[in-house]
Ligand binder design. Structure first.
Ligand code: PLP
Length: 458
């Protein structure tokens, strides 16, 4: 490494992508990354970090996987770009076939994009074009949940239920209706979890009625919540009831599996846990696991064919189906299978949840431990009984992330939950994580939580 590369603190600020102050107030600029391998990342100063959140729940198979690097190098030596109007390319065709094979039910048409927001945009546009092509022009509203996160582009933002992200851009696109996310764990009523699940699902039927069933095109949900709710898993009854309601009203069900897909929850897609086949599914993040920008939207022929018959899908991106990105995606899928990483995510996920539950015993300000597979989170509260939130002045989620970072552990956090502010920390290591590495991770997290408790006088 040259001295110039080493001089990270003196670098100029031309790269206009500092961390959002919305989430990390007062945080220092991060050091330059030097290299990464497996679960570990080194900065240019030689400090080592354990990647306890796979970046932003992306690096599912770990860093610098040799099989993926070789596959990408081989593709690079052939062709890195092929424009879709001029050439088909083998990695895209092969990946589409494999993904179609892996997805539930009739989700067998795959459209590639470069990330999660683009995949969500593609889903909305396909749904809308299908409605027009099938003489259902009146259907255009996409019901979402509050809170939720579906992306940064303006279309995806219009169906994102997270006030701080939405507010600065109003008025922008037509505001879309939202129903509360199924935060059944917060309810203090006499109902069972399954009853609560049905009650949250019925809010969708109420909303469709309120909006006018003929105006509603789709409902979008993260089957296991991402950063917006902190790995929220609804009661089982929620999933089946939501699917029934959508079917009843002819409303398309869109599963946003950008974070939960590609094996992280212990199934290739989280929909499998509940035996649901949504009408449209979107994937990204772990799909190419950080080796290339890649996402996908999958839909059945019954939605795609009418659109094609009506003149074609009026949508596309220059980098859609990029051969290099698709070669990376293929190699990631191969590694997931070869190393049985989906099974590992399920097994280690159970172990991780147990360890987090032990932390809950130790720290009274942990109010909830939740998740599925290796998509897990802890929620920090002032009072476990009432689930009252910690004072915003503590900035608890960001402080814990900082205290963990100082100790060489990377975790991911947000201050948001159903209807009010709440602090959660997401713990989502790569799916290659071992038991020993879980020990290391949870040990460092415990140290950060203990430091936070001392600092905050909890
Ligand atoms: N949908 C979900 C559930 C996400 O978690 C994210 C990103 O965090 C997105 C969509 C947007 O993905 P991207 O940031 O790749 O555009």
């Amino acid at each position: 490494m040259t001295n110039a590369q080493n001089a990270a603190p003196q670098r100029t600020r031309h790269e206009a992508h500092p961390p959002s102050h919305l989430f990390y107030q007062g945080r220092q600029r991060r050091p330059l990354i030097d290299r990464a391998d497996g679960l570990y990342i080194w900065d240019v100063h030689g400090r080592c970090y354990l990647d306890g959140s796979s970046g932003a729940m992306v690096s599912n198979i770990g860093h610098s996987n040799p099989h993926v690097l070789q596959a990408m190098q081989a593709q690079m030596a052939r062709a890195t770009f092929a424009y879709r109007l001029h050439f088909e390319n083998a990695p895209a065709e092969e990946l589409a076939a494999r993904v179609a094979d892996r997805l539930p039910g009739d989700l067998d048409r795959v459209f590639f994009v470069s990330g999660g927001s683009e995949a969500v945009e593609s889903a909305i546009k396909l749904a809308r074009q299908w409605a027009v092509a099938t003489d259902q022009d009146s259907r255009w509203k996409v019901i979402t949940r509050q809170p939720s996160y579906h992306g940064s582009t303006l279309g995806a933002l219009a169906i994102t239920g997270y006030e701080p992200l939405n507010a600065p851009f109003r008025p922008m696109m037509r505001e879309m209706p939202a129903i509360p996310a199924p935060t059944a764990y917060l309810d203090r009523d006499a109902l069972s979890m399954e009853e609560r699940g049905r009650r949250y699902a019925d809010l969708l039927a109420d909303e469709i009625e309120r909006q006018g069933p003929d105006s509603v095109l789709a409902f979008i949900m993260e089957p296991v919540g991402g950063a917006s709710t902190g790995a929220l898993v609804a009661p089982d009854s929620y999933y089946t009831r939501v699917a029934e309601i959508c079917r009843h009203y002819g409303v398309l069900l869109i599963y946003d599996e950008v974070m939960s897909g590609a094996g992280r929850t212990g199934a290739f897609v989280a929909a499998e846990h509940w035996g649901i086949t949504p009408d449209i599914m979107v994937l990204s993040k772990g799909f190419a696991a950080g080796y290339a920008p890649l996402g996908a939207m999958a839909a059945p022929g019954r939605l795609v064919e009418p659109v094609l018959d009506a003149g074609g899908f009026l949508h596309g991106y220059t980098y859609a189906g990029n051969p290099l990105a698709c070669a990376a995606g293929l190699a990631v899928l191969e590694e997931i299978d070869r190393k049985h990483l989906i099974d590992n995510a399920a097994i280690r996920g159970t172990s991780l949840l147990q360890r987090l539950a032990e932390l809950k015993e130790r720290f009274p300000f942990i109010g909830d431990v939740r998740g599925k597979g290796l998509l897990t989170a802890i929620e920090l509260v002032a009072d476990r009984e009432t689930m009252a939130v910690l004072p915003p002045s503590l900035n608890a989620h960001a402080r814990v992330v900082e205290l963990a970072y100082e100790r060489g552990l990377i975790v991911y956090s947000r201050r948001t939950r159903g209807g009010m502010e709440g602090d959660h920390i997401m713990v989502c290591p790569p799916m290659i994580v071992t038991e020993a590495q879980l020990d290391e991770l949870v040990g460092m997290l415990a140290a950060a939580l203990a430091a936070f408790a001392r600092e905050a006088g909890l």
